[in-house]
Design a protein. Structure first.
Lengths: 171, 184, 159
């Protein structure tokens, strides 16, 4: 792949990540902020909302830009491996910090005619542990990739330049 | 011909494992969400707490009260509803004769958590929550109007779902469960 | 039909539940470990009250770095060790070509010679055939001479 196509690929993936990590969550949480069920408002507290939006913007930005670096790098290169790993770690922090507001319990207030009449809380701790376990394995895999790219650099490059300049590597 | 390196092969195996696991997790989330919507949908009447009027029996002579809350929970989802528990906190508000202006005082009569086990898919749990509490009547202004004693309750319903991956708690605070007057 | 669909969903739910229940004790501790280190790490990140300025700056730096690095080194330039290999390969190819052309020339020459020889052989064959006919003619002539001589001797004897 040439430099132009690499950069275009990076920009496309950055846009995808901006959409999935920033725009969609932002719209969703803005909608969820005040949902009404049978005339009863289920409200996410303003403090929680602001906190979530902050983390969406902060980690969304970092994830999107690392995605740009990652996807505009050549296949199986050390820099790609490095940034893929950074991206996964940021993803973990992103999920932990905003989706679960730094905790594993999401709490909605139940408001009926101005008065607060109770709350609904969803504890997703066990679910989060499983997801984080998956992320742990993904990080291990990315770490493995990184060392693989590092140790087998010669083989990878030989393969990459075997057929033509910027050739494909099917492995 | 391209030969896949062994290191890449190992990577594919781990990736396949991750894919299976993530897919399973997604399916559980999806089915759990769908079931939760089915169960919690107000029109489905799957969770009725209380299922009928709350019964309060006052035994003023013995300074005690009994509360009975009938309820039923139907599991219309695909996974068992487990770790079901119901917690009732009842508070009594009364005019306090030991204060200068007969200010109202609220005391907690009882706070009991009762576990109800699990409800399998397609099954219904029909039970009564009951609790007894003692009434501190020594300082009660029995001439207070309109009611000498007012009872308020906090109800907390909690259950786990989707292989215990989600635990939800619904809490309704300070709703009236009855009152008592010596001179109707 | 609906009941069949519900049954099918229930079967899928049970299979998935079995997989998750089996893997849960393995994966959950990993998740716990992740959560522990993340809680520590997140303390060092700028918090909501600090604003987004740090995150925006880091994002800009990453994008600029990405642009510079990936435009300068897009990964399509052959590495040094492969260049040497290329040089050796080129030399080998040149030699192969040279030897190929010389062999081809020699083959051409040999073919030409073979053709000439074939021509000569044909000529020789023709000559052989001619000599054979001449020899036959000679033999016939010799026989004729013999006959004539015999005739002559007979006539001489008679006379």
């Amino acid at each position: 792949m040439g430099r132009f196509s690499n950069i275009v690929k990076g920009i496309i993936f950055m846009c995808v990540y901006i959409g999935t990590t920033m725009v969609i969550p932002f719209l969703t949480f803005t909608w969820v902020k005040e949902v009404q069920i049978l005339g009863v408002a289920i409200v996410l507290t303003q403090h929680d909302y602001e906190k979530i939006i902050f983390w969406i913007s902060a980690f969304g930005l970092l994830i999107s830009t690392t995605a740009f670096f990652n996807y505009s790098s050549p296949k199986q290169s050390i820099r790609k491996g490095t940034f893929a790993m950074i991206q996964i770690i940021l993803n973990c922090l992103y999920i932990w910090s905003y989706k679960f507001s730094g905790a594993t319990e999401i709490r909605f207030e139940i408001v009926f005619e101005i008065a607060n009449i109770g709350f609904i809380s969803i504890n997703v701790q066990n679910m989060v542990m499983l997801y984080m376990g998956v992320y742990f394995l993904t990080i291990i895999l990315k770490g493995y990739d990184f060392f693989d790219f590092l140790l087998n650099r010669k083989t990878i490059r030989e393969k990459r330049y075997k057929k033509m300049v910027g050739g494909n590597d099917s492995s | 011909m391209n030969i896949i390196r062994y290191s890449r092969l190992f990577r594919w195996v781990v990736r396949a494992f991750l894919l299976v696991f993530t897919l399973s997790l997604s399916v559980v989330s999806l089915l759990g969400g769908w079931s939760a919507v089915t169960i919690l949908n107000p029109s489905s009447n799957d969770i009725n707490i209380p299922d009928g009027p709350i019964i309060t029996n006052f035994d003023i002579g013995n300074s005690s009260m009994e509360i009975i809350v009938p309820f039923n929970i139907s599991n219309g989802g695909v996974y068992a509803l487990s770790r079901i528990s119901l917690r009732f906190q009842v508070g009594m508000t009364f005019g306090n004769t030991s204060t200068l202006l007969n200010d109202t005082t609220t005391v907690q009569i009882f706070d009991t958590l009762q576990p109800y086990g699990s409800v399998l898919p397609g099954k219904t749990l029909k039970a009564n929550y009951s609790g007894t509490g003692s009434l501190p009547l020594s300082e009660v202004d029995i001439y207070r109007s309109p009611n000498a004693l007012e009872f308020y309750a906090n109800l907390t319903f909690s259950a786990s779902y989707s292989l215990n991956l989600y635990t939800f708690t619904v809490s309704i605070i300070k709703f009236s469960v009855g009152n008592y007057s010596w001179f109707p | 039909m609906i009941f069949q669909a519900v049954d099918f969903i229930q079967i899928i739910a049970n299979i998935v539940a079995a997989i998750l229940n089996f893997l849960n004790p393995i994966v959950s501790p990993m998740g716990e470990f992740m959560v522990n280190w993340m809680e520590v790490v997140l303390r060092f990140f700028p918090q909501p009250q600090d604003g987004l300025i740090v995150y925006v700056s880091i994002a800009i730096v990453i994008v600029i770095l990405g642009l510079i690095i990936n435009i300068t080194w897009p990964g399509n330039k052959r590495p040094g060790f492969l260049k040497k290999v290329d040089e050796v390969e080129d030399k080998v190819e040149e030699k192969i070509e040279e030897t190929e052309t010389s062999v081809k020339k020699k083959v051409k020459k040999a073919k030409k010679k073979a053709k000439d020889l074939e021509k000569k052989a044909d000529e020789l064959e023709e000559l052989e055939v001619e000599t054979d006919t001449l020899e036959e003619e000679l033999e016939e002539l010799e026989e004729d001479i013999k006959d004539i001589e015999e005739d002559l001797e007979e006539t001489i004897d008679e006379e």
